[in-house]
Design a protein around this ligand. Sequence first.
Ligand SMILES: [Zn+2]
Length: 84
Amino acid sequence: MTQNQWTIINIATICSCLTLLVLAVGAAIFFVVRASQKRGATPVKPPQQAVQPPPPVSRICTSCGTVNAPTNNFCEQCGAPLAK
Ligand SMILES: [Zn+2]
């Protein structure tokens, strides 16, 4: 065999291995998603979706962005008056 033929065989082997890997990973993700949808109660979520935005009652400082308690009239961080 020549070097060229070996290269073609190697590429074909790598491609078929990658295809099997992608299929296996895809099937695994599919079954995990289906299993979590069936349970319903505890869906698997990425952490960034679990972060809730601050509740609307909080008073966010327009000067420094600090989230203050709803009862605060002035920013805890920089003392700027908080708008209503
Ligand atoms: Zn502030």
